[in-house]
Write a protein that binds this ligand. Structure first.
Ligand code: BV8
Ligand code: ZN
Length: 245
């Protein structure tokens, strides 16, 4: 991938960078993106119809089993070169904020430090009633596992559609987007709000906005630089081009 010289010169001198990642960054780790995640038994459901409080009230076991299935898929997944390139970038940029919509935990697994998990983490499970986090639970139980403290139904510690994002995480993400010199939108279709608004906050702040994605998105016409292809290929090439490593 040929990167414009002015882009490389700007990035090598940047001290404040914010990154927003989506499911596309984990696609090369073998995790299907949110849009095409549904296969086999789950093909008949749309994610939006399962990832919601209403779905959990209507059929808690169905929703619980969908997350148990996704946790299994993540157990076999490993970070890909795109995750590791972001770890390298963080080492070289003084103020680096990695904002992710992904709930798979792969950024932290790869070694990224300053990670904001806007939509939570599927590996964590909490009580839907008292909020207590569960250390262990039986993924194969006939019914949804119950909280040891209050007996309430356990649920994944993720943000469902219609639920608010964790306030402190969102606030930090907005602040980073507003104060960065360069904002990257990587592997996201830029549809889900309020995460998708972060790129606009960056642009309004005068940041250079960069998109790295397999295909064009609604964001593409508004960015300063768009690189279309696999993030697991482009990101390592970018790190080599900027920091010769
Ligand atoms: C809220 C956790 C309200 C759960 C997730 C109408 C208009 C605007 C907004 C709304 C609306 N109707 C409803 C809303 C709000 C709603 C929303 O945005 N809906 C969308 C569908 C329009 N948002 C919410 O409900 C949020 N909460 O608004 O609260 C509120 C306000 C005040 C008070 C109370 C309540 C909550 C949103 C969070 C939902 N939870 N995840 C779970 O995972 O089960 S979102 C979920 O979907 C994922 O986490 C992810 O964030 C999102 C999918 O998006 P992407 O990551 O972008 O993935 P996608 O598959 O779409 O795209 C992947 C991209 O990668 C593609 O472009 C592809 O080309 C590219 N790609 C693929 N391979 C590669 C690649 N790129 C590079 N390399 C590759 N190899
Ligand atoms: Zn409880």
């Amino acid at each position: 991938m040929d990167f414009p010289q002015n882009f490389l010169r700007f990035l090598v001198s940047a001290s404040r960078v914010a990154i927003l990642t989506g499911a596309g960054v984990s696609q090369e780790s073998g995790l299907k993106t949110f849009r095409d995640a549904q296969t086999g038994l789950w093909a008949q459901y749309k994610p939006e119809d399962l990832a919601s409080p209403e779905a959990f009230v209507r059929d808690p076991k169905l929703v619980w089993d969908w997350y148990a299935w996704r946790r299994e898929a993540i157990k076999g997944a490993r970070p890909n070169p795109g995750h590791y390139a972001l770890v390298e970038m963080e080492k070289r940029i003084p103020e680096f904020t990695l904002i992710t919509q992904n709930v798979d935990g792969l950024h932290r697994f790869a070694g990224s430090q300053n990670v904001l998990e806007l939509h939570g983490n599927i590996q964590k499970v909490r009580c839907s009633q008292c909020g207590t986090f569960a250390e262990t639970w039986d993924d194969d139980s006939e019914s949804v596992p119950a909280c040891e403290i209050c007996g309430g139904a356990l649920r994944p510690d993720v943000v469902w559609f219609g639920e608010s994002l964790p306030r402190d995480g969102l606030e930090s993400a907005v602040n980073a987007s507003r104060s960065c010199q360069v904002f990257f939108s990587i592997g996201t279709s830029g549809v889900v709000q309020p995460a998708a608004a972060l790129a606009h906050a960056a642009r309004n702040n005068g940041s250079v906005v960069v998109e790295i994605n397999a295909e064009p998105t609604p964001l593409t016409p508004t960015v300063d630089f768009a690189f279309h292809g696999k993030s697991g290929v482009i990101l390592p090439e970018l790190v080599r081009a900027v920091w010769n490593s």
